[in-house]
Design a protein around this ligand. Sequence first.
Ligand SMILES: Cc1cc2nc3c(=O)[nH]c(=O)nc-3n(C[C@H](O)[C@H](O)[C@H](O)COP(=O)(O)OP(=O)(O)OC[C@H]3O[C@@H](n4cnc5c(N)ncnc54)[C@H](O)[C@@H]3O)c2cc1C
Length: 512
Amino acid sequence: MADSSFDLVVIGGGIAGLTAAALAARSGARVFLAEHHNVPGGCAAFYQREGYRFDVGATVVNGFGERGIHRRVFEALGARVDAAPLDLAMMVHLPGKRIARYGDERWRAERIAAFGERYEPFWQRQERIADRVWNFAARLPSLPADLASATHLARIFRARDFAMLPLQGRSLASLLPRDTSPTLRSFIDLQLLITAQSPALATDLAFGAAALDIAREGTFHLDGGIATIATALARSIRHFGGTIAYRTDVTRMRTERGRFTGIELADGRAISAPNGVAAIPYENLLLLLGRSPDPRARTRQRWSAVTAYVGVEAGALPDDLPLHHQVLLDERAPLGEANSIFVSLSAANERGRARNGGRAITLSTHSDPERWENAYRNGGIASLQREYAGRMLAGLERATGKRLTPAFFELGTPHTFERYTLRYRGFVGGTPQRMESANLRARSHRSGIEGLTLCGDTIFPGQSTVGVTLSAINALRPFGISLPASSRSARRAAGRPVSDAASPLALRATIP
Ligand SMILES: Cc1cc2nc3c(=O)[nH]c(=O)nc-3n(C[C@H](O)[C@H](O)[C@H](O)COP(=O)(O)OP(=O)(O)OC[C@H]3O[C@@H](n4cnc5c(N)ncnc54)[C@H](O)[C@@H]3O)c2cc1C
């Protein structure tokens, strides 16, 4: 078996793994990243067909504001990514009602018009809690608060953060009046489904308040779609001398007396390194360690997704249509399963996204993978695909106000995610942020194996490109690598110098 050695191996080239590899390579480490697919990005990657370039899963870009974590990472890497703020984060379409999710003062007037003045105390409390959470998050916390993280937490904790402690164990729904209207409940559950993967009654209050706040925190457009984050990170890794091996599956994790020693690849190679970052779902990690995922774990993932990729010709849609829409078809039916649908369009005239000036559209809906596993077993897959395709197109019609004739159409199922990202059973979106699984009760970046840390959307703080970026930074800290404060904006973000602002320690200086 051919063998080679590096300072650090990273398993998985989604946003978490790419961020960890890029920051480590920048600090001088010799990095090897193994990625199953032939492009970077995982759930936030792109694919190209017949002249269209689609975002595969994630579409909504956050993290490029003043204190945005992507912005800070790219500044530290010396890489330029131009992010244009969106005027409107998304349009939400409830049956008989459209609600514009503005990030500025227009949101107050919009919510009062949609739900009435009586819910103002709820919205104001939600925003106050979210402000505290964003402020804390800008100091790059690592949770749960175990002994090993104590020094870092002690450095970043401020007296005002104590106000967040009583929020533990409470749900977002506990902020709402008992007799909240069904329309407002639907709206909140709908929004939380895409940002927390669970409804208001179950969602952790601190996480839920911030999850309802992403429009205020800032939503952006990137030329090329959200996958531009991944391609820019991959460029940085190469720039700093790191190695990315695409179409490369890690099949086994090597350990010796409880210490990480390297990985084995499907092509027979072995890569040895004293340190590793597993940037794959926790269930996948267990499989690499020869263990079975526990279906009862409170931090278990629950959702997969069905996606539809639609290409339309030039002129099919007005240029000024909002880029993101969330649609609820039937208020009485459960969310997900092509009853709630997320719709994202490439911008009008965006270069390289759609042939002849057309538009590339990604639609997605939450789905239970078991439904699809059963359909594969029972031979019912074609009719299930037809059913979902029909409802997804009905969602597109609701979002755009037009019955479109797609020039291109393709459906993705949980099986597609499993195939292209290897995610166990096609589970995506990370751990639902329920009271029993968020923040202090989240899964830590520590693996229990010396030299091996974890990141990605099943590790604190959870899903989204922003969330997994924080998890990647946390996964490097035990190796002596921290996010350098390279900009005034980063310092302004937390209202003081960023606590781990010391110049990054060279990995080789801290790892024997
Ligand atoms: C439909 C959908 C919509 C979403 N919408 C948004 C959104 O709008 N905005 C947002 O911010 N987030 C969104 N998310 C969530 C976001 O995409 C994810 O939380 C985030 O991208 C996960 O990144 P990750 O690096 O943790 O995991 P992944 O993206 O899953 O990356 C893991 C990588 O590891 C690789 N891999 C796995 N096993 C192995 C192995 N054994 N060997 C080698 N490689 C391996 C995979 O190929 C994959 O590339 C969405 C997700 C989905 C599915």
